[in-house]
Structures are given as structure tokens and as C-alpha cells.
Design a protein around this ligand. Structure first.
Ligand code: AP5
Length: 208
């Protein structure tokens, strides 16, 4: 659907609580990206009145399992189209755009479908840290986030899904030389320095 000569897609992957959302929020303004979080799009759809997928999404999120590919890919594709249509300036015109897609693809079927039918991703930023760090961050966030899946039981299931389903996606893109791995154990600022250096190098623009 999208011309990958005009539309740049960077996937942002990593375990639950690795810091994907935090880093994307910082990169967005600095490099004129549109940040699309698969998890946020699914939560919005879940809460949309009359959605036929609401219950299905709620169950998958609570159980830490992957929402069926058709739902997620469609939501992302629609969001990208809307953004390209709405935005102008900062290099966004005539079908051009720059997306950071966070938490997607989480499974090989999503990766293949998106690459073949929507847009070819150019780069993958992969944040890594230990399960202990991720668990601690998510339990802390759970105190105020109100997220139904920020509890020990759901978090353990999310870790398992990530290992079993998402790690093969990362290995797939690694074998194509597209992955930049960043240790996200350090402070938000320190991790951002590495992430922005990787993005600048990739886009061939000055460090922001
Ligand atoms: P999603 O919403 O994507 O959740 P997740 O992948 O589990 O990741 P999180 O959002 O919990 O963490 P994050 O890495 O963004 O960390 P954050 O920056 O917030 O997915 C939820 C569910 O939706 C899935 O389980 C699945 O059911 C479904 N889903 C999602 N995508 C799907 C897809 N593609 N297909 C099908 N189903 C899908 O940071 C976490 C906390 O740590 C924050 O409080 C933050 O302030 C803190 N923090 C971050 N970085 C640091 C740091 N460097 N130092 C200290 N604290 C830090």
C-alpha cells in the first residue's frame, strides 16, 4: 500500500517494560516521526463503542497473548493512512512519512504480512534488559497506570509470549542486518543518547 521509497518505517521492539514507549516519545519530536504503538491502538479499539473486536482484544491483553494479525495490521494501516493524509510539513507531503512502530511485529505472520502488503520496514531498534528490571518497572508503573496487564501473573505470561513468538521476529530481521540492539538497563537519558545516535546515523541527519 505504501511506497517504501517515500515512507520510512522503523520497528521498535523489546520485552514488556524494556522502555519502547518511553524512548519513542522522546524520538518522535526530535526526528518528526509519527509514533504508533500497537498496544495503544489495540486499547483504543477495545474501548471504542461498538467495536466487534473489543472482547477479543481485552482477553488477549489480560492473558498476555497476541491479538490476531488481521486486527493489528488493519489498525496500523488505517492509522498510517490517516496520518499521511493529515500531516504536512517537516518532510511529510506527497505520500511521504516517517513512522516509529512500537510493539509490532510481535509474531512472524505479522512481520511477513506487513512487509509484503503494507510497507517494508527499514530498521528495527531492539531494546534489551533483564526480566528482573522489566518486572520491577512494570510493577511500579502498574501502581498508577491502571493497565489491566501490569500484574505479576499477566507480566509472566507476556514474558513467555515475547520469548516464544517475538524473539523469532528479531532473529529474522537480524539475519537481514536490520537490527540495532540497545541495552535499555541504564537511565532514560542514557538510553536515549544511544537510540538517537542510531536513528541519526540511519536517517543521515544530525543528532537531535
Ligand atoms: P504493549 O502495550 O505493547 O505492552 P508491552 O510490549 O508489554 O510493553 P509496555 O508498553 O508494557 O512497555 P514498554 O517497553 O513500552 O515500556 P515503557 O516505556 O512503558 O502490549 C500490550 C498487549 O497488547 C500485549 O501483551 C498483546 O496482548 C497486545 N499487543 C500489543 N501489540 C500487539 C501486536 N503487535 N499484535 C498483537 N497483539 C499485540 O516503560 C515501562 C516503565 O518503565 C515505565 O513506567 C517507564 O517510565 C519506566 N522506564 C522506561 N525506561 C526506563 C529506564 N531506562 N529507566 C527506568 N525506568 C524506565
Amino acid at each position: 500500500v505504501f511506497d517504501s521509497e517515500k515512507v520510512t518505517v522503523i520497528y521498535v521492539l523489546g520485552g514488556p517494560g524494556a522502555g519502547k514507549g518511553t524512548q519513542c516519545s522522546k524520538l518522535v519530536g526530535a526526528y518528526s516521526f509519527c509514533h504508533l504503538s500497537a498496544g495503544d491502538l489495540l486499547r483504543e479499539e477495545q474501548n471504542r463503542e461498538g467495536s466487534q473486536y473489543g472482547e477479543l482484544i481485552r482477553t488477549c491483553i489480560r492473558e498476555g497473548t497476541i491479538v490476531p494479525m488481521e486486527v493489528t495490521v488493519k489498525l496500523l494501516e488505517n492509522a498510517m493512512s490517516a496520518e499521511i493524509e493529515a500531516r504536512t510539513g517537516d518532510g511529510w507531503s506527497n505520500g511521504r512519512g516517517r513512522f516509529l512502530i512500537d510493539g509490532f511485529p510481535r509474531k512472524m505472520d505479522q512481520a511477513l504480512k506487513f512487509d509484503e502488503e503494507v510497507c517494508l520496514a527499514s530498521m528495527v531498534i531492539f531494546f534489551t534488559t533483564t526480566e528482573e528490571v522489566m518486572l520491577h518497572r512494570l510493577l511500579e508503573r502498574g501502581k498508577t497506570s491502571g493497565r489491566e496487564d501490569d500484574n505479576v501473573e499477566s507480566i509472566r505470561k507476556r514474558f513467555r509470549t515475547y520469548e516464544e513468538q517475538t524473539m523469532p521476529v528479531i532473529r529474522h530481521y537480524s539475519s537481514h542486518g536490520k537490527v540495532v540492539e540497545i541495552d535499555s538497563t541504564a537511565s532514560v537519558e542514557q538510553v536515549y543518547r544511544e537510540a538517537s545516535a542510531a536513528v541519526s546515523k540511519f536517517l543521515r541527519v544530525p543528532l537531535a
